[in-house]
Design a protein around this ligand. Sequence first.
Ligand SMILES: [Zn+2]
Length: 284
Amino acid sequence: MIVDCHCHAGKGDGMTAPWNTDAPIEPYLRRARKAGIDKTVVFAPFHSNYDEANRQVARIVARFRDRLIGFAFVHATRDAGRIFSMVERARKWGFRGIKCHGFQAMPTRELCEAARAFRMPLLADVVGRAEVVDLLASQFPDVNFIIPHLGSFADDWRAHQRVIDQLVRYPNVYTDTSGVRRFDYIVEAIKRAGPRKVLFGSDGPWLHPGLELHKVRLLGLPPDQEALILGGNILRLLRQVRSEADPKDIRRARRERSSSAGAGVQAIEASSSLPPGTQPEYEL
Ligand SMILES: [Zn+2]
């Protein structure tokens, strides 16, 4: 099964750049089907309110349940104080992971505790600041971090090099291939860290999933290794996700929430009601 682990869906509200304006899923899905991609992980584009943006994603996932897997987008500092509730709610919608973007805020303890509570992978764009991965991976050895774009969407080769080292050193650090232009860094990542640490991702709908998939095919790997990158690895991570958080982890996540939220705690009501048209769970 071919699974794209990185795609955006829904509308943003910024309207100053493609990534905060619109991520139309239909053209992506047409291209992905043609390319032979079976399932796709989707999360919101940049948005000023991720509670709202995640609801939008839940509705989109519900429309294409056989093809889409939702991740909750969280702003690590703006959403401080409500991250656990947001993730818990998203889990009830059937979401299986968390996305955050270092352009807005790097992952905080509160965010990592929420990921740990549900054993969800945390797809964290570190925008070239690969040094933070050392801190995240060692502070939270039981959270799986997916560092997209080999650490930099902007072709920062130093970040690529450092993330490759981190893939080798930390069992809980993974990367995706989306948007990586310097092909030999992907070759090196697989050679040094092994095919279990690299995941196929497209960064659709803005990048063409067929083009990004072709990049992985061009590696010319043995079929079993290619199969891990094209789907086996992300499915293995997603199967570890828990339906309910452990009470011990919930207590820990709550403690972290109260200490990091400061003055601006914005608790959202613990409503688990689904957006219209969504259903709770789907098979992988
Ligand atoms: Zn992206």
